[in-house]
Ligand binder design. Structure first.
Ligand SMILES: *[C@@H]1O[C@H](CO)[C@@H](O)[C@H](O)[C@H]1NC(C)=O
Length: 325
């Protein structure tokens, strides 16, 4: 009897631990109903304690998401796989294995990636790719704006504050909206290379449509790497370095990484709503409690030149570096 209750207790404790160590999942549709206040509070907690959360019922239809999955996977096979097989990470890993070296590759990522913006050249050979991704991006951009307004509200800032800060305060909308389409192909030696090394994101709000099945994304939470559990058709939200600065550290930009895996080709479509390069970023005055503010004021362009060299180094050093300029 005694041992039974003890093991029962232990079992409940493990369940409890498993539950608290999941990235929060938030039903976005509840913002429009009776549960608005509760949902706002859930988002606030997710932003403050995690820096990462998953949105379901976010308003982007399953039909659009299914098409995005299809065209991105087709595009990889048709236009990218061959190049990836001949890429530097693949060659370097092959050499390493031939030499029988067990030294991990710490300066490479096992990732195929390219960027879509409003004005760069898009791939054109895969049927439906351009139309589908243009539609997806326009919907996601609207979602990003809604999220920034929610952050304004939760932070006690005037409505539109963050968006205005990202647009440099000017009249023309010129914040940057980019979409990184990545694949993490199967890796024969995941112990020797990362999918993507640990980093925090430079920009503002990041909206990730990750693979339904192939996991690998991990977030650092209280010193432990936690898996962002794949959840069909959810959009994973995280906040970058600029939101940390504007919120005066209330919302953290959190370290995350992607593990390489032996099987499964992980698809990952990350869209970034970032300040324009000319925007001046600083902690919101409303949120500065003491005069010894830890966060600098800088032009986003200067931050990005530091980030280009220091993406995989601690963000604190980047905040120091822009402070000095
Ligand atoms: C790329 O390499 C993988 C693994 O060796 C292989 O399965 C695939 O067929 C290759 N693809 C192309 C296009 O060569």
């Amino acid at each position: 009897m005694h041992t039974l209750s003890l093991s029962h207790l232990l079992f409940c404790f493990v369940l409890f631990l498993l539950q608290i160590m999941e990235i929060p999942v938030i039903d976005f549709s509840k913002l429009n109903g009776e549960e608005r206040a509760k949902t706002l509070a859930e988002i606030a907690v997710a932003c403050e304690d995690w820096g990462f959360f998953q949105l379901v019922n976010h308003g982007i239809t399953e039909e659009v998401l299914e098409r995005v999955k299809k065209v991105c996977s087709e595009h990889y096979e048709l236009e990218r796989e061959d190049d990836f097989n001949n890429s530097k990470p693949v060659k370097t890993l092959n050499d390493l294995v031939e030499k029988n070296s067990a030294e991990k590759l710490e300066s490479l990522d096992w990732e195929d990636v390219f960027l879509l913006t409003d004005d760069n050249e898009w791939p054109s050979k895969t049927p439906g790719f351009k139309e589908t991704m243009a539609k997806y991006r326009s919907e996601l951009k609207k979602l990003a704006s809604k999220l920034m307004e929610i952050m304004d509200e939760n932070l006690g800032l005037p409505k539109g504050y963050i968006n205005k800060a990202f647009n440099g305060g000017g009249a023309a909308e010129n914040a940057f909206f980019g979409t990184k389409v990545s694949h993490y192909p199967p890796c024969p030696h995941p112990e020797l290379v990362n999918g993507l090394r640990a980093h925090t994101d430079a920009g503002g709000v990041i909206l990730l449509f990750q693979d339904d099945e192939v996991g690998g994304l991990q977030v650092l939470k209280d010193g432990q790497w936690i898996e962002v559990q794949p959840l069909a058709n959810a959009i994973v939200i995280n906040t970058g370095d600029q939101i940390e600065v504007v919120s005066h550290g209330k919302y953290k930009s959190v370290l995350h990484r992607v593990k390489a895996t032996v099987d499964g080709n992980r698809r990952s479509i990350a869209s970034f709503y970032n300040p324009s390069l000319k925007a001046t970023i600083a902690p919101a005055l409303h949120l500065i409690q003491n005069i010894n503010q830890a966060y600098p004021k800088f032009v986003f362009e200067d931050y990005m030149s530091v980030y280009a060299d220091q993406k995989f180094l601690p963000k604190e050093a980047r905040f120091q570096a822009v402070k000095a300029t």
